[in-house]
Design a binder for this molecule. Structure first.
Ligand SMILES: Nc1ncnc2c1ncn2[C@@H]1O[C@H](COP(=O)(O)OP(=O)(O)OP(=O)(O)O)[C@@H](O)[C@H]1O
Length: 421
């Protein structure tokens, strides 16, 4: 098989803006010092003197990145937030230029990155299809021959003469995907598109990406949804702090990634000095340490508690909060454990939350130990986890956390038609 993409020692450095000091006079002082070639009077004392000013104001989003992708591969790209995945795709799509290294690509690249990238908001859906086709170097006739497929896949036929700025984010993604997947290209680059849109749309996208790869084209696919990486991709890589850290079959790469993430959380916890709450772990129903779950999964919240002196009648609990929303639920011995207990030596306390009905999102866990009304210790954010989507109702329609709330209720409907008399 021939090589479709070759990346050689690729690197991307972003320059960071100078953050203000907080007062106008200090900002002027800093500028005056810089103009005279003097050191910044407000620099932090732990900044190492060997680092140049340029180093300090820059972040390497991707560094020394070399990779060959063979034609016809569906390459899954995993890595935590800020690892450098989008930067890689943006460089491939020529949205941003590399700072170092080389990109050799055989063929045209169609990409679907953030929602709406590549669309002109004032132009209609139809005009945008022609615009994107023209950017890929297709003739008007070639684009016209693909038009029906694109419009049908997008499901936007009624609105195809409407400016894209009036589209909902779901419609924009559907049209964006259709344009990227049906226009003539040899390489398709897709960033996190499945996070938007419903189950039916996801199925269609996955099917289409498979078709694209079967016709010998190459697909690069970034997702935080490990399930879709495993089912869709033929190969996978992991990026960590801008570097390529793993490569192999999707199942192997995903498992090693999840294990490393779980280990990392554990290390962070053990570096916190705490007197009583020694560690907090999240486990799945099989007792495996995890920080990603699906809607309706069972999650076990487990803490190791310690006390030099025996402690009678302690009170212990976990508070689960959703990022940007606040407290969502509490698991607490006060209300859920109906027996007396004590803390002596090391004690393991675990709360099993069955069929967790939390909607997609990122959650944090605080742990708190009390005795009577006296707070002994609270660890804020000592655990975190992510809930990923699952078709819990088997209807193909998913509740969107933004519109339908943060819970996925275990509900069923009865609808009866009464004869009108
Ligand atoms: N335009 C920019 N200016 C400065 N820094 C940037 C810019 N874009 C990205 N970065 C930084 O580069 C690093 C890699 O970011 P990137 O968006 O590629 O990560 P990612 O793996 O795609 O993350 P996510 O999964 O959250 O989308 C991060 O530290 C980010 O803050």
């Amino acid at each position: 098989m021939s090589i479709a993409i070759r990346l050689e020692s690729l690197g991307k450095r972003y320059r960071l803006g100078n953050i203000g000091t907080g007062t106008l006079s200090s900002d002027l002082n800093r500028t005056w010092a810089r103009l005279r070639g003097k050191p910044d009077p407000f620099s932090k004392i732990d900044e190492s003197p060997e680092k140049t000013e340029q180093d300090r104001q820059a972040v390497w989003a991707l560094r020394d990145f070399s990779l060959d992708v063979t034609q016809g591969t569906i390459l899954g790209i995993v890595g935590r937030n800020g690892a450098g995945k989008s930067t890689l795709l943006k460089m491939l799509s020529r949205i941003t230029a590399p700072t170092t290294g080389q990109i050799c690509v055989r063929g045209r690249i169609a990409s679907l990155l953030e929602v709406g990238t590549g669309f002109h908001p004032e132009l209609t859906g139809l005009e945008n299809i022609y615009l994107n086709g023209a950017i890929l170097g297709m003739s008007r006739q070639e684009i016209t021959s693909r038009l029906d497929e694109i419009i049908e896949f997008s499901g936007c036929e009624k609105f195809i003469q409407t400016p894209v700025k009036r589209y909902s984010s779901g419609m924009t993604v559907r049209l964006g995907f259709a344009v990227a997947a049906y226009l003539e290209c040899e390489i398709l680059v897709v960033d996190e598109v499945l996070a938007v849109g419903d189950m039916e749309f996801q199925r269609k996208c996955i099917g289409r990406m498979r078709d694209v790869a079967q016709s010998g084209r190459t697909v690069l696919f970034v997702s935080h949804n490990m399930g879709s990486i495993e089912t869709l991709c033929s190969d996978a890589i992991r990026i960590d702090h801008g570097r390529l850290t793993d490569q192999g079959s999707p199942t192997e790469v995903v498992h090693r990634y999840l294990d490393a993430e779980a280990d990392d959380t554990q290390k962070k916890l053990s570096s916190q000095t705490s007197r009583h709450i020694k560690s907090v772990r999240l486990l799945n129903a099989h007792g495996e340490s995890r920080d990603r779950f699906l809607v309706d999964d069972t999650i076990v919240f487990e803490a190791e508690l310690a006390s030099d002196l025996p402690l009678d009648d302690p009170r212990f609990g976990f508070v689960i909060s959703k990022r940007g929303v606040g407290r969502i639920a509490t698991l607490h011995t006060d209300v859920q454990y109906n027996a007396r207990w004590s803390l002596s030596g090391t004690t393991r306390a675990s709360a099993t939350w069955h069929d967790v009905p939390l909607n997609v999102g990122q959650y944090t866990v605080d742990a708190s130990l009390w005795r009577h009304d006296h707070e002994l210790e609270t660890l804020l954010g000592c655990g975190q986890f992510e809930i990923e989507m699952r078709d819990v109702y088997g209807t193909g329609s998913l509740p969107d956390a933004q519109y339908q709330g943060h819970l996925v209720p275990d509900a069923s409907w009865t609808i009866e038609n009464r004869e009108s008399t």
